[in-house]
Design a protein around this ligand. Structure first.
Ligand code: AMP
Ligand code: ZN
Length: 467
């Protein structure tokens, strides 16, 4: 266990707070997952990278983490106010496939994307369609407690009955109601009320529909996350995450319905990642169809997807991150530089092992524990690699940091290993220099040069670069 405080920004109280889990050593983490009607765009993926860093920081602090992620495969309507089409059915119509096929296809694509970004998979994946019964039970509890009412198209949650509806969004309820008027459903008692269960249209057979005590239909979008987090994280509702767009509606509604049902606090920490924006300040969104996928922007362009992961570390997760071809190029150079540095310290260590440097580890921990300050943590990485420490110690330390960074730096040596003959000359030259035998050192330099490598003697030690 680390004894350094872990501070996380809690959107609920709008400040950094010391993180203390409900159970001593295990953290319950719930991250809202993808709606699988299309590929994830790299904006969505920025949020998942932020959540992965959070999880790795928790692990680095010595906690065990139980991580649950949902897959929204039904009931997420195109409008935020329970109007519009179901995104899944819309996706199915667009592609001439069934909604179930669409869900399966894009779930697989999503899992492939996060694997390429070296994001650690959740311990539990749950599809909304696999927990319909739990969702119905939760709606029944709300009904018994008097929080629901029925309209022509579904069962709704009455937000006026939940005292602290805006405690997460901190919005002024009048301005909220003003905003909601645009997409007004005349049967709603309050503009902020939301659907728990929607009825299937009378004369249409939906592809995804279920029996319920209120008739055939499908669940509203928000109820799945409440039902799943309570089912799998029960008495360890520690941290709940998503993008900032979830604050005003999705997470606000999750809190209202969960706390109304249980009478208890629902999650202690709420954390939100800021948007990826494209030049001009516009956010990347699936509905805008302006989106870039990892496949198109990176894989097909011959760029290692970890470049995007590295790029995400340059901006704090609560600040908007601007995406451009220049920022990708800068990240590409940055990652390559880091890989070269690791390659060089690996060569310099020449198989020797050392312990992690505690002073640098504390410095690194102080940054990541200050609300996941990755830009500053990356500065510590550079300071450490440029220090006068022995290569073996640098190597041990960077590999320890990489359990948080997730840049696969332990693979670097394998991909850029020196040929054995060069490695042997390199080691001989290191020995010659330690023995201050400058003649042998010069001779070995020339021998290395003949094999197509250049030796550089820097104040951080000997480096070898392929010509
Ligand atoms: P969705 O699949 O649309 O439900 O979104 C998946 C996740 O991505 C959610 O946590 C959203 O808040 C987040 N998100 C959506 N758009 C962006 C964006 N442009 N930048 C960062 N995160 C986003
Ligand atoms: Zn959710």
């Amino acid at each position: 266990m680390s004894f350094m405080k872990l501070l996380l920004y809690n959107s609920l109280n709008r400040r950094k707070e010391e993180f203390i889990p409900t159970q001593k050593q295990q953290v319950g983490l719930y991250t809202c997952g993808p709606t699988v009607y299309n590929f994830a765009h790299i904006g969505n993926l920025r949020t998942y990278i932020f959540e992965d860093i959070l999880k790795r920081v928790l692990l680095y602090n010595g906690y065990r983490v139980k991580h649950v992620m949902n897959i929204t495969d039904v009931g997420h309507l195109t409008g935020d106010r329970d109007m519009g089409e179901d995104k899944m059915e819309k996706g199915a119509a667009r592609e001439g496939r069934s909604a179930w096929e669409i869900a399966e296809f894009y779930t697989r694509a999503f899992k492939a994307d996060i694997a390429r970004l070296n994001i650690i998979e959740p311990d539990i994946w749950v599809k909304a369609t696999d927990t319909i019964e739990d969702q119905i039970t939760l709606i029944q509890t709300l009904e018994e407690k008097g929080y629901t009412y029925q309209t022509g198209d579904g069962i709704y949650f009455d937000t006026s009955k939940f005292a602290d509806y805006t405690k997460l969004s901190h919005q002024n309820i009048e301005s909220l109601q003003e905003g909601a008027r645009v997409e007004k459903n005349p049967e709603k008692r309050n503009p902020t009320d939301f659907a728990l269960w929607k009825f299937s249209p009378k004369d249409v057979r939906r592809q995804m529909e279920w029996n319920s005590p209120w008739g055939i239909g499908f669940p509203g979008w928000h109820i799945e996350c409440s039902a799943m987090s309570m089912k799998f994280l029960d008495n360890q509702l520690d941290i709940h995450c998503g993008g900032t767009d979830h604050i005003d509606v999705h997470h606000t509604n999750e809190i209202a319905q969960s706390e109304a049902a249980t009478g208890k606090k629902f999650f202690n920490f709420w954390m939100h990642g800021a948007f990826l924006i494209i030049a001009g300040g516009k956010k990347m969104a699936k509905s805008e169809e302006n989106f870039l996928t990892l496949e198109n922007a990176f894989v097909k362009a011959g760029i290692n997807p970890l470049v995007y992961r590295f790029a995400a570390f340059q901006t704090h997760y609560r600040k908007p991150m601007e995406y451009s071809s220049e920022s990708v190029q800068a990240a590409r150079n940055g990652l390559q530089h880091l890989q070269n540095q690791v390659r060089q310290v690996t060569q310099g260590a020449a198989g020797r092992t050392a312990a992690v440097n505690e002073a640098f580890k504390s410095k690194f921990l102080a940054e990541i524990n200050d609300d996941l300050s990755m830009p500053r943590a990356m500065a510590v990485v550079q300071e450490m690699l440029k220090s006068t420490m022995a290569d073996a110690e640098k190597l041990a330390t960077i590999l320890s940091f990489d359990t948080v960074l997730g840049l696969e730096l332990d693979q670097v040596d394998k991909t850029g290993a020196l040929p054995p003959a060069v490695q042997k000359l390199f080691e001989d030259r290191q020995a010659a220099r330690s023995a201050k035998d400058w003649t042998a050192s010069d001779r070995l330099r020339d021998a290395i040069q003949e094999l197509g490598y250049t030796v550089q003697d820097t104040k951080e030690g000997m480096k070898i670069i392929k010509n």
